[in-house]
Design a protein around this ligand. Sequence first.
Ligand code: FES
Length: 86
Amino acid sequence: MAKIIFKLSNLELEWTPTEDNILELAEANGLNLPFGCRMGNCTSCQHKILSGEIEYENGHTGEPDDGHALLCCCQPAGEGDVVIEA
Ligand code: FES
């Protein structure tokens, strides 16, 4: 199972399919990150991905900056770990 590693927060979490997205996983574990729409539109939840692959199961309309991901609507792609600058 993929791990989601929040580098600046020094937090390493196991991804579970019960979470809808990486933002919810963070919140469920006490890490409060910025967000706005929670629907993939506003980009206020974007964070830099330092390594690993993410995907958007339900798509998004907002465009994150290069190398960044919209945490409110992304999931790890496959079994590899994802390291986030957060
Ligand atoms: S909170 Fe708006 S795109 Fe994620």
